[in-house]
Design a protein around this ligand. Structure first.
Ligand code: GDP
Ligand code: IMO
Ligand code: MG
Length: 437
């Protein structure tokens, strides 16, 4: 069975930190979707690591990392990330990193097109990371994409495919491009990447059959999912549990636990609706105290209260076994904390996240207000050590969602995690499941 860590909001919930902790008991950590639009920060033994393409399991020496078929790979960015981490002392070599031969390649022209698309949208741009993610998935879906195995097999065939992909985009977007230069770089990366590449499908299946511990590291998050997120303000892949199946060739019956990572408030980078956003001193507090800057683009993250409408949608789609509530320490100094529980539109109350974003523009949010705890929780390591009002907040979130919170993040470091398995809620949700069945 493979366990899975997934982002439950708009990204940057702290998936990397949980993966790093779970990687200590894992043999393999896999990425299934996205590319270097992701940015996962980990602080292990006081050393900060930023991962974009590489799975966060690499910090753990005994863990092998797999980049699955659903991931899109920019080779130059991948190797510069590898080099930066090798400099920090991590061992990143073909024994420890495996790349699927079916993964699609991101070319520099995909990044050019990403910029052109954004430019054409003007004031209505999506705020993409400009890493070429959308255009690469578009090439994949329109069947003109180029995969890793194409690069490794027949060079002339690769060049033909490369030109077909580029020509199509040039016709559509009309931009000048130096293909020869990029092809020269591709030839260099061809030999460099070869030892890392394999058919990741039997590799992962054999590991599961041999009872190895396999962990999947979600990237991006469910509200950025191409189907279920705030379309079109989303990324271009399936970022939820469905993307884990297709991005690694994992059938649902091979999936064990699904851990949802939930920031104790909400953030979002880039444009798009954000019902509980706080464009006021609360938002500024969360942004500054939480150091909410994008790891990939350096942009300020937009901040607001926790949104249970989003989380209910997220849980319906991914069915979390338990959750990791992260960055709870960032709420420490607030007098009160709020939780968005419903949207109200034209006098009607909604508890399901709508498909139509226009509906959100003139909705209001119904909040529940809880008292703050006004004390520093960053040194707490046991659930009982957390202040009463803090526990009340945690337990209210569990109650609203019917999912147990198994871990509580109280600081960025690997050790700053409180483990809690609330038997009452687990039993309640188990009993509820049995009743439904
Ligand atoms: P990811 O993309 O989901 O892996 O999350 P990011 O790494 O982009 O953003 C999460 C940020 O919060 C990182 O800088 C983490 O080091 C930090 N972080 C994670 N958990 C906690 C926590 O519980 N408390 C605090 N203060 N910081 C945390
Ligand atoms: P992690 O894994 C936060 C957002 C971008 C933009 C939209 C589309 O760190 O949680 P793209 O470049 O993917 O076409 O951009 O998606 N986005 C993320 N926001 N965290 C991420 O990843 C993200 N990956 C994509 O900001 O709004
Ligand atoms: Mg991130």
């Amino acid at each position: 069975m493979a366990n899975v860590v997934l982002g439950a909001q708009w990204g940057d919930e702290g998936k990397g930190k949980l993966v790093d902790i779970l990687a200590q008991e894992s043999d393999i950590v896999c990425r299934a979707a996205g590319g270097n639009n992701a940015g996962h920060t980990i602080i292990a033994n006081g050393v900060p690591y930023d991962f974009h393409m590489l799975p966060s399991g690499l910090v753990n020496d005994s863990c092998i990392s797999v980049i699955g078929n659903g991931v899109v790979v920019h080779l130059a960015n991948l190797f510069s990330e590898i080099e930066a981490n090798v400099k920090k002392g991590l061992k990143v070599n073909p024994e420890r990193l495996k790349i699927s031969d079916r993964a699609h390649l991101v070319f520099d022209f995909h990044q050019v097109v990403d910029g052109l698309n954004e430019g054409a949208l003007g004031g209505k741009s999506l705020g993409t990371t400009r890493k070429g993610i959308g255009p690469t998935y578009s090439s994949k879906m329109s069947r003109s994409g180029v995969r890793v195995h194409h690069l490794l097999n027949n060079w002339d065939d690769f060049v033909t495919r490369y030109h077909k992909c580029l020509d199509g985009l040039q016709k559509q977007y009309g931009f000048e491009y130096n293909a020869d230069e990029e092809l020269k770089r591709c030839k260099e990366y061809r030999d460099k990447v070869r030892p890392f590449v394999l058919d990741s499908i039997p590799y992962v299946h054999d590991a599961i059959n041999a009872k190895k511990n396999v962990l999947v590291e979600g990237a991006n998050a469910i509200m950025l999912d191409i189907d279920f997120g705030t379309y079109p303000y989303v990324t271009s892949s399936n970022t939820g549990i469905g993307g884990v199946c297709t991005g690694l060739g994992l059938p649902p019956r091979k999936i064990g636990k699904v851990f949802g990572v939930v920031k104790a408030y909400t953030t979002r980078v880039g444009a798009g609706p954000f019902p509980t956003e706080q464009l006021n001193s609360v938002g500024e507090h969360l942004q500054t105290v939480g150091r909410e800057y994008g790891v990939t683009t350096g942009r300020k993250r937009r901040c607001g209260w926790l949104d249970v409408v989003v989380l209910r949608h997220s849980h319906m789609l991914n069915d979390y076994t338990s959750m990791n509530l992260t960055k709870l320490d960032i709420l420490d100094q607030l007098d009160e904390v709020q939780i968005g529980v419903a949207y109200v539109h034209n006098g009607k109350r909604y508890t399901d996240f709508p498909a139509d974003l226009d509906m959100l523009t003139d909705s209001t949010v119904e909040y529940e207000t809880l008292p703050g705890w006004k004390s520093d929780i960053s040194n707490c390591r046991k659930y009982e050590e957390l202040p009463q009002n803090c526990r009340r907040y945690i337990e209210r979130v569990e109650e609203l969602l019917g999912v147990p919170i198994e871990w509580i993040g109280v600081g960025p470091g690997r050790d700053a995690m409180v483990v809690k398995v609330p038997a009452s809620v687990s039993q309640a949700s188990e009993a509820k499941k049995q009743k439904v069945n």
